[in-house]
Design a protein around this ligand. Sequence first.
Ligand SMILES: NC(=O)c1ccc[n+]([C@@H]2O[C@H](COP(=O)([O-])OP(=O)(O)OC[C@H]3O[C@@H](n4cnc5c(N)ncnc54)[C@H](O)[C@@H]3O)[C@@H](O)[C@H]2O)c1
Length: 266
Amino acid sequence: MSTATYDFDGKTLLVTGGAGDIGRAVALRCAADGAAIALVDLDEAKMATVVDDLRATGRDAEAYRCDVTDGEQVTATVAAAAARFGRIDFCFNNAGYQGLFVPTTDYPEADFRKVMDVNVVGVFNVLSAVTRHMKGAGGGAVVNTASYAGVIGPPNMLAYAASKFAVIGITKTASRDLAPHGIRVNAVSPSLIGPGFMWTRQTELQAAAGSQYFDSDPKVVERQMIDSVPMRRLGSLEEVASTVAMLLSDESSYVTGVNLEVTGGQ
Ligand SMILES: NC(=O)c1ccc[n+]([C@@H]2O[C@H](COP(=O)([O-])OP(=O)(O)OC[C@H]3O[C@@H](n4cnc5c(N)ncnc54)[C@H](O)[C@@H]3O)[C@@H](O)[C@H]2O)c1
């Protein structure tokens, strides 16, 4: 576990998917390093508990209900957060949807579009709005959440894999476009992270999908997945959070356009 700390005093981090497992962990980790936090998500009730947790640590935090697939809502949210905190230095562009677990020939178009809308259009909307603000303010750092699925293309996850390959592409081009403006753009690609909502969901749905790759018992699927990891364990939410904090921090000041895999060596 990381014992590194970064000096985020006076910095503001905007986190999308801030009500979810990884978004919450990154918000808490960066708040511990001194950052004020603007949380963005659809789930107001869960965001309220995260804001309480953040304020209990003595940091400033505010929740913004926003659908990242709606560019106008995103632009208004970024403007409101920038006005409320005075600045946005960092963005963890992380809201995501895993999609259905269905073989390629049967994957429904409607869900394919939904996955692309949240994971690709959403990432684009947030990236463009937040970096328009950062450009005018002299720079910043963004970390987009991709996935190891966007590196290997796991079975039964056609839309999700496609969307996460796209996030890595967005990261590469944006890093080139934004380097002249003092903005670094990187991605993290977690693999098997848990315990958490997505870990449980994927073991259950891979088991139900019925393929040559996984057993039909979710408990056996858990073991099959963990056995594919050289470190033979899940990564923790905190291990993703410490990687994101490192990429946001000045310790990574010459790092941009990178997709950093957080996979236990997969
Ligand atoms: N948990 C894992 O094992 C894992 C592995 C690889 C990648 N990821 C990625 O990490 C990110 C976070 O995942 P998580 O594990 O915290 O999942 P999660 O489901 O706990 O969190 C996702 C959050 O995104 C929010 N969200 C979804 N659609 C939205 C929208 N249109 N507008 C605003 N918010 C929206 C949800 O309300 C939720 O709070 C996702 O991009 C996911 O694809 C997760």
